[in-house]
Ligand binder design. Sequence first.
Ligand SMILES: *Cc1c(COP(=O)(O)O)cnc(C)c1O
Length: 410
Amino acid sequence: MKPLSLPPRLLMGPGPINCYPRVLTAMSQQLVGQYDPAMTGAMNEVMALYRQVFKTQNQQTILVDGTSRAGIEAVLVSALEPGDKVLVPIFGRFGHLLCEIAERAGADVHSIEVPWGEVFEPEQIEQAIRDVQPKMLAIVQGDTSTTMLQPLEHLGEICRRYDVLFYSDATASIGGNPFETDEWQLDAVSVGLQKCLGGPSGSAPITLSDRYVELVRKRHHVEAGIRESAHQSGSGSRIRSNYFDIPMLLDYWGEERLNHHTEAATMLFSARECAINLIEEGIDNSIARHKLSGDAMLAGIQALNLEPFGNLKHKMHNVVGVEIPDGVDGEKIRQQLLLDFNIEIGTSFGPLKGRIWRIGTMGYNARQDAVLHTLQSLETVLRRAGHKLPAGGGVDAALDTYAAARDAAI
Ligand SMILES: *Cc1c(COP(=O)(O)O)cnc(C)c1O
């Protein structure tokens, strides 16, 4: 076989997206030993960087090795004991994932749902907390399956009032939409790199409040007979995963550096570079750039007489759902975009399968040229498939959006 040579795709789906070139460069670094001061120094830098990304003072801010769901699983399996009640408000596919993972941890899972394309009011969640009296509220911030962004800012206060742990999966939204761990009083947050942070999937940054850490440290845990935990006296049952045992992960990342797994160094270099890139740009600037490219894509879609999906008031900046017009074969259009134009857009799941495409503008690809190429190519493919639409309308509307933003900035 020849060395791997992949086509130069432009990834405009809901993730993964093309990496920032500097992230790819960082991943080609030679390795150092696990306890080399150069490596442990890089781990400490990663903790400090992700405190900034998450907007938190939490000491316990680390990476879980694995894709985003590794972070979700670590947070849930470490905190939830069999029979513990957890409340999951579901507004898309990833809410179901939180339920599934919590169920496997043995938790007593209660969910509430809104139709796909909508989000929850804080009162609905407060009512459910009163009814269920859960140990934890677990909720997604941005669900790429529906493109909706759940407002979280009022939920922390509610959770404190009812003494409930507050966890959010912000994988799809962080870096492209506002996120405030401490101000919103979150106890646990997990993310991934492959959305607005502009890296590959394979590392899951998490941050944990003292309240969360105290709780999980009370749980008795033993590492494969080698090391008995200092917290054996805890009343809780043993955490049902070695790989995702957060007290053990914290002891590995902490000053003691107690051996656990072998840190996935190349992914750590990647995560480090993603954070540096975001902080150098400025988190607010990054959010504004995602908003601008998201607005330009939306304007272009609407100018092509295509219908965006869901309640636009709650749309994430970085992805838009587009109703597939009647008589158009959505999968065929996607395939032509990929094969003729090297552009990937997303399909969808569950109730939206076959009904909408999902087009992302995130990370490295939240840029004017990527937006324009995508709109022009989509228009061409739809026109050649016999669908009537205003020629050039999409690109013009997007260009107008960028021009208006430039004028406003002067
Ligand atoms: C994309 C996405 C993920 C991705 O999970 P992986 O394990 O990295 O595939 C997780 N959560 C949300 C909300 C997402 O949008």
